[in-house]
Design a protein around this ligand. Structure first.
Ligand code: AMP
Length: 626
């Protein structure tokens, strides 16, 4: 497998030619840009000293605003204040609706790809909105660094699919940025802690933010970093903790469940700040203004907090177990754990995660900045500022990639959690005599049937020269590049005809959907295996029936009447059981047909040899030995 080559021999830059490079964490809620200055990677603040840029753009006829300035318009002009655009990247409207993402915009549906968002200054695609955020970060970096950026590394969630990655790249291009590569967020966090400098190890990246939870297991070996497995829960975050605390306050203060909206909002704010205060204090007091000017006041301690939040923390350990299982390791084999995301500031989270993996987690770098810092370190290497440092990074694909076979079965070409970049090829052949084309249908998923997987793309290889069934040799290659983009090519080996496609599906999958697909495949394993077996036998039956029919059409005269009748009877029997549900019976019928057609096959063989040799001397057919 080709590894990612970062520096070409003899092409590293001279030490004085420092190039400006940056790492960008393009987040759902906030974005950051970081760079290596004087050998230290740090996030770059704006003129007001803010490091975090809210990922929000406000469009207006006078001026477009990004970040904090845009956020100020969220209440007064919500339709033109675009937030959380990362959730829309590379996704179709149908996808966005089914994932429960509630966004208050007016969408303009497109026949293909991402919907546009209607604003006063025209319809904007999620890519354009992301580009506006990136332009702001780019300007910030160029002002701070005092020169143009040579290149950037942008981080994306490990579960981002091809379409989401491509959309991110497109946004960067639109912003005038040179993308050195996209980097998975957990991998960036590991780099920030310098784990790539170790000789070897297995590391966990535990990323617990406001609304999502992700866990990744990385393996470092001989300087090569690879992601062994990823898992997560797209609907689990600090917001869940806030809700638990808010419910508890409602009970304590006798607030009814149908309290007014602004009270709920206020409650959640109080809950959140209490939670954050308890990360540094043992107790805090809660103050709440009730209806009709009444007040409620109460004490809230760490013990009370822990009772409420422990079940939520436990919930994050389920994906951790799943990732360990996928990686084929036990928690005892984990060397180090890296904490990412605001919720990992909680001492209780650190304690429980430490207990689970039996080690003290890394918490020294600000968990909100750690991803951008790792991206900056890698960007610095990629532009050639650090020539001796061969940082090799590999990530994994979240779901298996495969191809549709006869009978609607899936042939997995690249298994899930395979490290990328990767190229894998497999040979296929034709099913019918004279077959001039094959359809390549690329699917993603763990199930055995195409209908249970997700269709990514289809294309055809045409112009296969006439050959008997099974003679053509079609090599199909699946190649996933370092950014996770998939290229599928098909080539008939004898004639050399070739066709290929790069997959940019019009919509993507959320980590929740990936999780559901994995659960489904576990639940249906038994059923899938027997269904696959049945389909395989049916396909084989069809092949045998087709071949026998064309043989009978051509050479019926080689059979005596009783032999013909015997073959016909076996054929009838196979046709009868072919559409049943018993794989074993189809198999037996194929074997029986095979047995009664042996003599017929031998006679046909003799006949064709006789024909081929007619008019030639025997020694013309001998192979030369000298
Ligand atoms: P992120 O999405 O990574 O920015 O994380 C945001 C979440 O982290 C929110 O739920 C915050 O309440 C939570 N958070 C931030 N700081 C703290 C803290 N000091 N203690 C507890 N939770 C925090």
């Amino acid at each position: 497998m080709a590894l990612l080559q970062i520096t070409e021999e003899g092409q590293s830059t001279a030490p004085h030619q420092h190039r400006f490079a940056a790492g960008i964490d393009l987040g759902t809620t906030n974005s950051l840009i970081a760079s290596v200055r004087n050998s230290i990677a740090e996030t770059l603040p704006d003129e007001q000293g803010h490091h975090l840029l809210p990922s929000i753009v406000h469009y207006s006829s006078q001026e477009n605003r990004v970040g904090h300035q845009a956020k100020a318009f969220a209440n007064q002009d919500p339709l033109n204040t675009i937030a959380s655009v990362k959730r829309l990247m590379g996704r179709g409207l149908a996808d966005i609706k089914t994932t429960g993402t509630r966004l208050p915009y007016e969408f303009v549906e497109q026949t293909q790809g991402m919907p546009l968002i209607r604003t006063v200054v025209g319809d904007k695609s999620p890519v354009q909105v992301s580009a506006d955020i990136l332009i702001d970060l780019k300007q910030r970096a160029e002002t701070t660094l005092g020169g143009e950026l040579t290149g950037v590394v942008i981080t994306v969630p490990a579960y981002f699919d091809d379409a989401q990655r491509q959309a991110t790249k497109d946004a960067a291009t639109l912003a005038g940025l040179n993308v050195l590569r996209l980097l998975n967020e957990p991998t960036a966090a590991a780099i920030a802690y310098g784990l790539d400098k170790n000789a070897e190890g297995v590391y966990v990246i535990y990323d617990f933010g406001g609304g999502t939870f992700d866990v990744s297991i990385l393996h470092l070996q001989r300087g090569v970093f690879e992601v062994m497995a990823t898992a997560g829960d797209s609907a689990l975050g600090g917001d869940d903790l806030d809700r638990k605390i808010a419910q508890w306050i409602m009970q304590q203060a006798n607030i009814s469940d149908n309290a007014e909206h602004h009270h709920i909002r206020e409650l959640l704010d109080i809950a959140r700040s209490a939670k954050e205060v308890l990360s540094i204090q043992e107790t805090t007091s809660l103050n709440m203004t009730l209806e009709e000017g009444n007040h409620w006041q109460g004490e809230f301690s760490r013990d009370q907090l822990y009772e409420l939040i422990d079940p939520v923390i436990q919930k994050t350990l389920l994906p951790c177990r799943r990732a360990l299982r996928d990686a084929g390791i036990t928690s005892a084999e984990i060397n180090e754990v890296v904490m990412v995301g605001g919720s990992t500031r909680m001492p209780r989270v650190r304690e429980k995660v430490g207990e689970f993996f039996s080690c003290e987690p890394h918490v020294d770098i600000d968990p909100d900045k750690v991803v951008a810092i790792g991206a900056a370190l890698q960007a610095d290497v990629l532009v050639g500022n650090k020539s001796g440092d061969d940082m090799l990074l590999l990530d994994v694909i979240p779901l298996s990639l495969g191809m549709e076979m006869m009978g609607g079965l899936v042939e997995k070409i690249i298994a899930r959690n395979t490290t990328i970049p990767i190229a894998k090829a497999q040979e296929f052949t034709t099913f019918k005599d004279g077959q001039a084309a094959i359809a390549v249908h690329v699917v993603q998923g763990e199930r055995e049937l195409v209908t249970d997987c997700r269709s990514l793309t289809r294309f055809e290889l045409r112009g296969i020269p006439p050959m008997v069934a099974g003679a053509a040799r079609i090599r199909v290659t699946f190649q996933v590049d370092a950014d996770g983009l998939l290229n599928v090519s098909a080539q008939e080996q004898i004639s050399g005809i070739h066709s290929e496609i790069t997959v940019k599906p019009s919509y993507g999958l959320t980590d929740g959907e990936i999780e559901r697909m994995l659960k489904d495949s576990m639940a249906h394993i038994q059923e899938d295996v027997s269904l696959r077996n049945l389909r395989e036998q049916q396909v084989e039956a069809d092949r045998v029936i087709n071949a026998l029919r064309s043989a009978l059409q051509a050479d019926r005269r080689l059979l005596k009447q009783n032999e013909f009748l015997e073959i016909n009877q076996a054929l009838d029997n196979l046709l009868k059981v072919r559409n049943g549900q018993e794989a074993k019976m189809i198999k037996q019928a194929i074997e029986q047909l095979d047995e009664v057609t042996q003599t017929f096959a031998a006679r046909r063989m003799d006949e064709s040899i006789r024909k081929a040799m007619a008019g030639h001397k025997v020694d013309e057919f001998m192979t030369e030995t000298e």
